[in-house]
Ligand binder design. Structure first.
Ligand SMILES: O=C(O)[C@H](O)[C@@H](O)[C@H](O)[C@H](O)COP(=O)(O)O
Length: 249
C-alpha cells in the first residue's frame, strides 16, 4: 500500500514525519523494548531535527534511549567527513540531543577502522555492517534522488537485483563519492514500514515518473511495488499532478 501525504511547507512536512515516526515508535515499543529505525542522508537529518527536536510537543513523545539507529546507506569515508551520513546525523540530531541532555539512541554504523584508501576492504566493511543489522527494522526513512535512486540503489545498477546480501558495497556510485555500502531490497522488503521524504519543485519530474509512468523501473518505484506499506511525505511543489492521499498525520 502506498500513500502520499502532501503539505504546504517544510515545517508541516517535518511535523507530520515526526508524528508518523512517533506512531511507529509507539507501535514497536508495545511489542519490544527497542525501536529499530534506519535513516538516510540528504535532507533527512534536518527534517528530523525540525520535527522531532525543535517541535517541543513531538520532542516530549520521543523515547530516544529506546531507539536503535541504522543507516540505509553510508559513504565509505571517515565518520567525521562531510560526506558521511553518520556525520550528518551526528551534526543534525545527536549534537542537539547532547545539548538537551537526553539519553542518546544507540547508533550502528560502519566500522571506520576497516576503511582502506584503495577500497580493498569495502567488502569487509559491508559484511561487518550486515552483521550489526537486526533481523527486521521497524521503520526505514528514505530520500528520493532526482534520478529516482534511493539508499545507494541507482537506476539500472546491478545491485537492484541483489537477492542474498543484505548490505552490499559499490565502488561505482554515479553520484559522488563512488564508494558506498547500501541496504539491498531484501532489507527494505523485510521492514515493517517505509517512508520517503521528498521536497521541492526539483523533485516534481521524478515523482511524476515514479507515480504515473508504469514500470519506470526506478529504484523508488520498485520500493513502492514491494510488500511493505510505503508512506510518502512531500510538499505541494514536489507533487504536481501526483494524486495525494487524504492526510492523516
Ligand atoms: O547518498 C546520496 O546520494 C544522498 O544522500 C541521496 O541518497 C539522498 O538521500 C537523496 O538524493 C535525497 O536527497 P534529499 O533528501 O536532499 O532530497
Amino acid at each position: 500500500m502506498v500513500s502520499v501525504h502532501s503539505y504546504a511547507d517544510s515545517q508541516d512536512v517535518a511535523d507530520a514525519v515526526a508524528r508518523y515516526v512517533i506512531q511507529n515508535q509507539n507501535a514497536a515499543l508495545e511489542k519490544s523494548n527497542k525501536f529499530r529505525i534506519a535513516i538516510s542522508g540528504g535532507s533527512l537529518g534536518k527534517v528530523l531535527n525540525k520535527g522531532l527536536i525543535a517541535n517541543k510537543k513531538n520532542f516530549s513523545n520521543v523515547k530516544w534511549s529506546k531507539w536503535e539507529v541504522y543507516f540505509s546507506d553510508e559513504r565509505l569515508v571517515p565518520l567525521d567527513h562531510e560526506d558521511s551520513n553518520y556525520g550528518l546525523f551526528n551534526e543534525m540530531v545527536l549534537k542537539s540531543l547532547r545539548e538537551h541532555n537526553v539519553e542518546l539512541p544507540e547508533v550502528f554504523t560502519i566500522d571506520e577502522s576497516l576503511l582502506a584508501a584503495d577500497g580493498s576492504t569495502d567488502d569487509k566493511i559491508a559484511s561487518d555492517y550486515e552483521n550489526k543489522l537486526p533481523e527486521a527494522l521497524d521503520l526505514i526513512l528514505l530520500g528520493c534522488g532526482p534520478d529516482g535512486h534511493t539508499c545507494s540503489l541507482f537506476p539500472g545498477h546491478k545491485l537492484l537485483s541483489e537477492k542474498s546480501r543484505r548490505i552490499a558495497y559499490l565502488q561505482d556510485s554515479p553520484k559522488p563519492p563512488p564508494r558506498r555500502v547500501t541496504f539491498t531490497f531484501p532489507v527494505l522488503f523485510n521492514s515493517k514500514n517505509i517512508a520517503f521524504v521528498a521536497e521541492g519543485a526539483g523533485k516534481a519530474p521524478v515523482l511524476s515518473q515514479i507515480f504515473e509512468e508504469k514500470d519506470s523501473g526506478l529504484p523508488c518505484e520498485l520500493v513502492n511495488k514491494g510488500p511493505v506499506p510505503v508512506s510518502w511525505f512531500v510538499n505541494d511543489p514536489a507533487v504536481q499532478g501526483v494524486p495525494v492521499t487524504p492526510t492523516k498525520y
